[in-house]
Design a protein around this ligand. Structure first.
Ligand code: HEC
Ligand code: HEC
Length: 398
C-alpha cells in the first residue's frame, strides 16, 4: 500500500515536471530552436535595443548633392504613401528578415541569402534554399532598393513592387517553402515576440501577411548606402582619390559604363553619377538591358515576362555601389571576380538582337591599365559603414 501510493506520487510528480518542461519549451517557441543552421545567420534569443534605432531618417545620409537631386525628382524614391517607414515597422522588418521561422523548416532566413557583410547579397552563384536545392539566379544585393523609380523587383522585374516582392521568397518552393500565407500567419502568431512587435508597428497584435510584407519593405527601404570614398570624392573634387581611381572613373564615363549603371540625368560626362539602379527605358529597348554575355540566352530574363524579341536576355542593370563586396557577378553569378567582368567588357561581348546600344561586339577596347584603373575606381564605391551598421544586423543573439 505504502509502496503503491508513493509510486503514484512519484508518477504525478514526474508528470508535473514533464508538463512544466514542455510549457517552457513552448514559451521559447520555434525560432529559438532552429533546424540545423546553414550559415550562422538567424534565430537565437531576440535582442532589441531599449530605444529603437532610427530608420526613418536613413535617407538623409545621402550626400547633399544627391539628396538635392532626389528632392527635385521625388519619383525616384519608390516609398508608397500607404507604407512610410516607421522605426517600429522597420524594427519588425529587421526581426522578420533575420528569422528562420519564416521558412517551413526553420533553416533559412532572408539573411541566409542576403548577408550584411556582402552588402546584402550572397557569396555563391546560386543560393541554397530550405531543403538544399539552389536558386535559379544569383542573389541580388538588397541595398538602395528604395531608389528605383520603376518599383519592380528581381533581375527580370517580375514583382510589381517591394511590398509584393517580400512575400514571394517565403512561398517560393526552393527558397523558404512555406505552403501558403495562412500557414505563415498562424506560425508567426504562435511565436512569443511577434504580437507585441506587430502591435507597436501597426496598432494591433494581428499578424497578417499584408503587414509582414509591409514591415519587411520598410526595413529594406531603410537600407541605404552612401558612405563611400566616391561620395566624399564628389564633394571635394576627388582630392581623396588616387590617380588610378580617378582615371578609372573617367574611363567609365568615356566608355559609357555610367549611361547604363547610373541614372541618365546625373551621368553625363564630367557630371556626378549617382551609381544607383536605373530603369533603362529610352536608352535601350525596354526596362532592362543586355550586355552581351550570350548570343542565345537560355535564361531570357525580362523576355520571359514580356515575350518580346527585344527583351530576350535583358536584365535589371545592377547598381555598382558596393560591387567589391557582392561577388560573384551577373544574373547567373558566372564571374567570380571583377577582373573577369572587365575581361568580358574588353573582349567577350557577343552579338544578339537585344544588345545595348553602348556595347561593341567583340569588346570595348580597354588596355590592361584601364581595366585595373576601373577596378580601382569600383572599389571606391564600397560603404564600410553599411556592413557594420548595427541597425541592419542580426537581432538574434546566439
Ligand atoms: C534561398 C535564397 C534567398 C532567400 C531565402 C531570399 N532571397 Fe531574396 N533573392 C534571392 C535571389 C536568387 C534573388 C534574385 C532572383 C531573381 O531575380 O529571379 C533575390 C532577389 C531579391 C530582391 C530583389 C532586389 C532587386 O533589386 O530587384 C529582394 C528585394 C529580395 N530578394 C528580398 C528578400 C527578402 C525580403 C527575403 C525574405 C523574405 C528574401 N529575399 C529571401 C535569394 C534569396
Ligand atoms: C548597355 C548597358 C551597359 C553598359 C554600357 C555597361 N553595363 Fe555593366 N551591366 C549591364 C547589365 C544589364 C548587367 C547585368 C547583366 C546580366 O546579369 O545578365 C551588368 C553587369 C555589370 C557588372 C556586374 C554587377 C553585379 O552585381 O553582378 C559590373 C561590375 C559591370 N556591369 C560593370 C560595367 C563596366 C565597368 C562597364 C563599362 C566598361 C559596363 N558595366 C557597361 C549593363 C551595362
Amino acid at each position: 500500500m505504502y509502496l503503491k501510493s508513493s509510486l503514484i506520487l512519484l508518477f504525478v510528480a514526474t508528470m508535473m515536471t514533464v508538463n512544466s518542461l514542455s510549457c517552457k519549451k513552448e514559451e521559447d517557441a520555434t525560432p529559438q530552436q532552429p533546424g540545423p543552421g546553414t550559415d550562422g545567420n538567424g534565430s537565437g534569443t531576440l535582442n532589441l535595443p531599449a530605444t529603437l534605432y532610427d530608420y526613418v531618417n536613413t535617407r538623409n545620409n545621402m550626400p547633399p548633392w544627391l539628396l538635392d537631386f532626389m528632392r527635385a525628382n521625388p519619383q525616384l524614391d519608390n516609398t508608397p504613401t500607404g507604407n512610410p517607414i516607421t522605426n517600429e515597422g522597420a524594427t519588425l522588418g529587421r526581426v522578420l528578415f533575420y528569422d528562420k521561422a519564416l521558412s517551413v523548416n526553420n533553416t533559412i532566413a532572408c539573411a541566409s541569402c542576403h548577408h550584411q557583410a556582402n552588402a546584402f547579397s550572397d557569396i555563391v552563384a546560386q543560393s541554397k534554399g530550405f531543403d538544399g536545392k539552389v536558386t535559379r539566379r544569383n542573389s541580388m544585393p538588397v541595398v538602395n532598393t528604395r531608389f528605383f523609380k520603376d518599383k519592380t523587383m528581381f533581375w527580370d522585374f517580375r514583382a510589381a513592387d517591394i511590398e509584393t516582392q517580400t512575400l514571394m521568397p517565403i512561398l517560393d518552393h526552393i527558397e523558404m517553402g512555406m505552403p501558403d500565407l495562412a500557414t505563415l500567419e498562424n506560425k508567426l502568431k504562435g511565436i512569443t515576440y511577434y504580437p507585441a512587435l506587430f502591435k507597436a508597428a501597426f496598432g494591433t497584435t494581428d499578424v497578417t501577411s499584408d503587414k509582414i510584407g509591409k514591415a519587411l519593405s520598410q526595413f529594406l527601404r531603410s537600407i541605404v548606402s552612401f558612405n563611400s570614398k566616391y561620395d566624399k570624392g564628389v564633394q571635394n573634387n576627388f582630392a581623396n582619390f588616387t590617380s588610378a581611381e580617378l582615371e578609372g572613373l573617367h574611363t567609365m564615363q568615356h566608355d559609357f559604363c555610367t549611361e547604363c549603371h547610373s541614372d541618365f540625368s546625373t551621368s553625363a560626362f564630367g557630371q556626378k553619377s549617382s551609381f544607383l539602379i536605373v530603369d533603362n527605358t529610352g536608352v535601350n529597348t525596354g526596362l532592362g538591358s543586355n550586355n552581351g554575355l550570350e548570343e542565345n540566352y537560355t535564361d531570357k530574363g525580362y523576355g520571359e515576362i514580356t515575350h518580346q524579341p527585344q527583351d530576350q536576355g535583358t536584365f535589371k542593370i545592377p547598381s555598382l555601389r558596393n560591387v567589391a563586396l557582392t561577388a560573384p557577378y551577373m544574373h547567373d553569378g558566372r564571374f567570380a571576380t571583377l577582373e573577369q567582368v572587365l575581361e568580358h567588357y574588353a573582349s567577350g561581348i557577343k552579338a544578339n538582337p537585344a544588345l545595348g546600344t553602348q556595347m561593341r561586339v567583340g569588346g570595348i577596347p580597354l588596355s590592361a591599365t584601364q581595366k585595373s584603373n576601373i577596378i580601382a575606381f569600383l572599389k571606391t564605391l564600397t560603404d564600410e559603414e553599411l556592413v557594420k551598421d548595427v541597425k541592419y544586423s542580426d537581432p538574434f543573439k546566439k
